[in-house]
Design a protein around this ligand. Structure first.
Ligand SMILES: [Zn+2]
Ligand SMILES: [Zn+2]
Length: 255
């Protein structure tokens, strides 16, 4: 797969190491950028391996810290290490996948990012880039470049969105830990409360007002937050397009 080769963690690690060695403040700043790219390569490579199964809301999140936080809501193995043992003919071979806990990843990613900006006026006198800290992060992130990508497949389930009709993806792990879920269709993103969860599936509810379709008279649920100027939707039954238009009535008496 071509995309895998595009995410080259070793390339960014080596760049960071040589920039740290030079030690100037300018180089240290670029080293932070390289380490952020290493984290991005690690996260994107993992997501790419399941690009067809994962909710679009995870795949389309460009910030790795946010994508990882979302991913761990669905997949409890998303930030875990794995070891695969190959046993046979009295011999054992071990393959490791080194991962990083999402909380650590988010902390390091954000801390590295803080060095990519100019200091705010209130910090200008005390601002410094801590070389030792960057070396520590570099050492910690190095293990992400070692080993092989290993994935434990989990079961993704879907339920249709009542608003747009597109499937909303969820997992058992998600249901256990979350009380709300948003439709992953970017044109919709309606948030539902998860009201019931059992073996037969999941039941969702959103705070809605119902409008009657002008053409087929079907009831169309519109979440309260979408009852706003310019919101477009269509009837799921007959496909008629609708749009809210706000008309402002002035209270000033006409001359
Ligand atoms: Zn939807
Ligand atoms: Zn209709």
């Amino acid at each position: 797969m071509k995309e895998f080769q595009r995410y080259d963690k070793n390339y960014h690690l080596n760049n960071a190491r040589s920039l740290i060695e030079s030690g100037e403040i300018r180089s240290l700043r670029y080293a932070c950028l390289e380490l952020r790219m290493l984290i991005e390569a690690h996260v994107y490579q993992r997501l790419l391996a399941e690009i067809d199964e994962l909710p679009k809301s995870i795949i389309n999140t460009w910030q790795p810290s946010k994508a990882v936080r979302l991913h761990t809501q669905f997949d409890k193995y998303a930030d875990m290490d794995f070891q695969l043992r190959l046993e046979g003919a009295g011999d054992t071979l071990e393959v490791n996948y080194n991962n990083i806990k999402s909380s650590d990843l988010i902390k390091i990613y954000n801390s590295l990012g803080s060095y990519l900006h100019l200091p705010m006026p209130k910090d200008i006198e005390t601002f410094a880039i801590d070389k030792e800290k960057i070396i520590k992060w570099c050492d910690k992130l190095q293990r992400l470049t070692e080993g092989n990508l290993i994935i434990l497949k989990i079961n993704y389930i879907t339920v249709d969105c009542m608003q747009c009709g597109k499937p909303i993806i969820y997992t058992d792990h998600y249901l256990k830990n979350q009380s709300k879920i948003a439709c992953q269709n970017e044109q919709c993103e309606i948030e539902y409360s998860i009201t019931n969860r059992d073996n037969s599936g999941v039941q969702l509810s959103a705070d809605c007002n119902h409008f009657s379709c002008h053409v087929c008279k079907a009831q169309i649920p519109i979440p309260l937050k979408n009852i706003t100027n310019g919101h477009r939707f269509n009837c799921l039954d007959c496909g008629t397009d609708f749009e809210f238009k706000l008309i402002v009535h002035s209270n000033t008496p006409r001359p």
